[in-house]
Design a protein around this ligand. Structure first.
Ligand code: GFB
Length: 300
């Protein structure tokens, strides 16, 4: 019996499970008692833990304290409830923002605790690092190898397309859509120079499914195609997919955030050498089409 937390979200919606926790209305994972009770009753043997309070640069800076407390509670409860109810296999979804800001690139799985994360998501990053520490402690004390996967910037259908709180890609898709509709400039935060590595949500889902089937005993694993691109390229590609012919304007009064966080996917390649990543243009085009089709009902 496979349980998915956060099944209604960006990554969770790409996964299939027998027991589904879509969001807070199904079960508030911050509540220890209710979470323990739910896991005991359902008794899953496998858990994919994607649930988290998430947001882009804007949301992380505005709600730093909420991001910390909600995610620490969710992560502690899900791991302990899993252990107590006899879960054998557990994969948690993290994010490359957990890595130190000041560190030698590329990022590898060994560098998680080598320094402080970037200021703009300090609390979220520490709350996610809790998962790495808890998995290690559970292995040391109970011999259960619960695992962490660390995707780079994920994008795809079912994301939060909020103009202020979303991640860069969904926010910019929404902004470009509005700019086209009202014949205005497409305004992008910052200089457009920061670099990011993007991974399609469906690739993350396929990777997690493949990892469940193989017997590798990694503790943490970066999920990445190791292709960096500047935010300006993302904005241009979105304009192309959207058929936007107006001007792209960079608002330098808005933050750039961390300049880059390039990763090594050497460990992933060793474990799944034949995995084919979806080309960025293809994943982006599917995401833009999905957003246009679901404009009225999507999270924004
Ligand atoms: O996805 P994002 O918000 O977060 O991207 P991070 C921020 C980068 O995109 C900055 C630029 O360089 C911004 O200046 N940007 C341009 C925009 N326009 C926009 C816009 O309209 N909205 C947003 N949000 N950014 C994330 C964490 O960091 O890393 C997440 O916030 C997650 O929680 C992810 O962990 C992996 O890439 O900086």
């Amino acid at each position: 019996m496979k349980l998915i937390t956060g099944a209604g979200g960006l990554i969770g919606s790409t996964l299939k499970g027998d027991i589904i926790i879509n969001g807070r209305s199904d079960l508030d994972l911050r509540n220890t008692e209710e979470t323990f009770k739910f896991f005991k009753e359902k008794s899953p043997d496998t858990v994919i833990h994607t649930a988290a309070k998430v947001g882009g640069l804007g949301a992380n800076m505005a709600y730093m304290s909420d991001f910390y407390i909600d995610n620490v509670l969710i992560n502690s409860n899900v791991l302990e409830a899993s252990r107590r109810s006899g879960v054998k296999k557990l994969i948690s979804l993290l994010s490359t923002c957990i890595f130190p800001d000041n560190v030698e690139y590329p990022l590898t799985e060994f560098k998680v605790q080598e320094g402080e994360p970037h200021d703009s998501y300090l609390d979220y990053a520490y709350a996610k690092r809790v998962l790495v520490v808890r998995c290690r402690a559970i292995f040391n004390q109970h011999g259960l190898r619960y695992q962490c996967v660390i995707p780079t910037n994920v994008y795809g259908p079912n994301d939060n397309f909020s103009l202020t709180d979303g991640h860069v890609l969904p926010s910019l898709i929404h902004k470009c859509y509005l700019a086209k509709r009202s014949n205005k400039d497409f305004v992008v935060w910052g200089t457009g120079k920061p670099l990011r590595e993007f991974i399609y949500s469906k690739d993350v889902g396929r990777l997690v499914d493949s990892l469940l089937l193989c017997e590798h005993s990694f503790d943490s694993l970066i999920l990445s195609n190791s292709v960096e691109m500047p935010i300006s390229h993302v904005a241009e590609e979105i304009s192309r997919c959207m058929g936007f012919k107006g001007s792209i304007v960079y608002d330098k009064s808005k933050p750039d955030g961390q300049h880059r966080k390039p990763t090594s996917n050497a460990r992933l390649k060793k474990i799944l050498p034949n995995f084919d990543f979806t080309p960025f243009e293809e994943g982006l085009s599917e995401t833009v089409d999905w957003f246009i089709r679901n404009y009225e009902s999507c999270r924004k």
